[in-house]
Structure formats: structure tokens, C-alpha cells
Design a protein around this ligand. Sequence first.
Ligand SMILES: NC(=O)c1ccc[n+]([C@@H]2O[C@H](COP(=O)([O-])OP(=O)(O)OC[C@H]3O[C@@H](n4cnc5c(N)ncnc54)[C@H](OP(=O)(O)O)[C@@H]3O)[C@@H](O)[C@H]2O)c1
Length: 265
Amino acid sequence: MIDAVGEGVDSSRIGQDVLAMTRFGGYSSAVCAPAGAVVPRPAGMSAQIGAAIPVNYLTAWMMLRVMGRVEAGDRVMIHSAAGGVGLASIDLCRAAGAEMWGSASPGKHAFIQERGVQHPLDSRADQWPDQKVDLILDAIGGASWGRGLDQLRAGGRLVCFGLSSGSSGDRPSKWAQLQAAMAIPWLRTTPVALINNNQGVLGVNMGHLWDEGDRVTAWLATLLTWWEDGRIKPHVHAAVPFAEAAEAHRILHRRENIGKVVLVP
Ligand SMILES: NC(=O)c1ccc[n+]([C@@H]2O[C@H](COP(=O)([O-])OP(=O)(O)OC[C@H]3O[C@@H](n4cnc5c(N)ncnc54)[C@H](OP(=O)(O)O)[C@@H]3O)[C@@H](O)[C@H]2O)c1
């Protein structure tokens, strides 16, 4: 809810329930955001569902609609399909009429199938589709990107947006990060190789889109209309009090969550 506005901003907005992307510092009882980046939360949407939308769905929107240009009938492989970004990607692929392969731990397969994934794959067993695909969304990184290049059909696009393979064990590990970095197929993604293979490699980092605020806000406004007509279904796995924020991180770390883990006051 807006509790104060800056100079020149319409003061009648005070008291309005809203959504906004924050650059950093989102773990806070009060945040300051540019007025243009703040959109009204639709009537009937809870604060928790609202919190599950911006990062997850805007990342999926950038990958699938702005850059990946998913179309009806496209074959899409979604890594980490049961995570926050994964479920958002499933919603956008289902809306486009794409065929989906989704990798997740086996206990999450029933959920992603119910959301529309036709071909669940076991992420713990490193399973891949039995045919080549048009689009791959991959935040695992490292060797997975090389494997993904082998899996693309002509015209296919690999979207790189994270490096989960650099995280292992209970603590941040420079060694795991180094291993993941060394496994990146640096030499396979040259312009000449992409020409010869009819492939594209795309990268997405929402944290570097702050100069495109108007575009991003317009995507968010569209996504909220999609929520109103039932095309997207944000899912909250757990709402954890601020005082137990460490437990919220443990849920993520143990790879237990299906969808978003939100912090609540
Ligand atoms: N570039 C961007 O702008 C951007 C924006 C948002 C998120 N991201 C990145 O996208 C990834 C997914 O984000 P999210 O919010 O959807 O995360 P999330 O909800 O926590 O889901 C992550 C899932 O990834 C799977 N996974 C596979 N290998 C993993 C590993 N080594 N460590 C941890 N998890 C692993 C796990 O699912 P299974 O056990 O089911 O396989 C895990 O539950 C993260 O790497 C995040 O940093 C990037």
C-alpha cells in the first residue's frame, strides 16, 4: 500500500494497494519506488499473489514474448519448471499454445502436468527431451548450456538467465562457481557457429532493465489483465514471517518449493 508520495506525484494515490519491482532492498516493511514503476494491485488479488508476480512473470515475459517469441506449436524445454520463474513460463507457453517439456524433481511432476506441461522430465536424473526443440529456458547454466545447444532444432533459441549449477552444498562455494563457469561452452557460441547451426543464444537479466522502466511497467500492466481473465495463475508455496526469513531461504535451498516463497510481516 502507498503510504507516502514524492513531490509532483498525485497524492490521491496514498492508500492504494500496488505492485512494483524494487531494485534491491525488497526485504523491508517500507520501500521507495519510482512512481512510473508502481501499478495498482487489481481488486481481488491478495498481497501474496501480487508479490508472486513481478520478478517471476516479467522474467518469463522477457524470455518468451520479447526475445524468444514463442508461438503456437513451438516445442519448449523449461528447466526448473516448478520454480517461480518456471511456473510463470508454463503459464505463458500454455497461453501461446506451445508444447512443453519441463524438468523438475519428481515430486513436483503432478503439479506441472496439471499446469499444462505435457512431458515432465526428472531434473535429478538430468533427463532431456527425446526430440529437438525450438526454445530452451535455462538458469542451470554451465554444462547444461552446452547440452542445450545440442538439443536445438534449426531456428532454435537457447535463453540463458542464471547459473544454479554454481550453487551446491549449504554455503556459497567459490569452487562450485568456478566449476560451473569452466563448464560454460564459451567457444561454441561464436557468431560463425551460430550462423552454421541456425541457432540463437539469448540472455536475460531483469536487474539490468532499469533504463527500460516504461516498457517493463507496460508488460506488468498487461500481465495483471491476464491474471484477471485467468490466463496466468501465480502460485505461492509458502508465506513465511519476516522473523523467520532464514527458513524461507532454507525452503529454496532444499529445492522444496513449487512456485513462490513470500515473506510476510
Ligand atoms: N536473469 C534474471 O533476470 C533472473 C530473474 C529471476 C530468476 N533468475 C534465476 O532463475 C533461476 C530460477 O529462479 P526462481 O525464482 O524460479 O527459483 P526457485 O523458485 O527457487 O526455483 C529454483 C529451482 O531450480 C531447480 N534447481 C536445479 N538445480 C538447482 C541447483 N543447483 N540449486 C538450486 N536449485 C536448482 C530446483 O528445482 P527442482 O529440484 O525441481 O529441479 C529449484 O527448486 C535462479 O537461478 C534465479 O537466480 C534470473
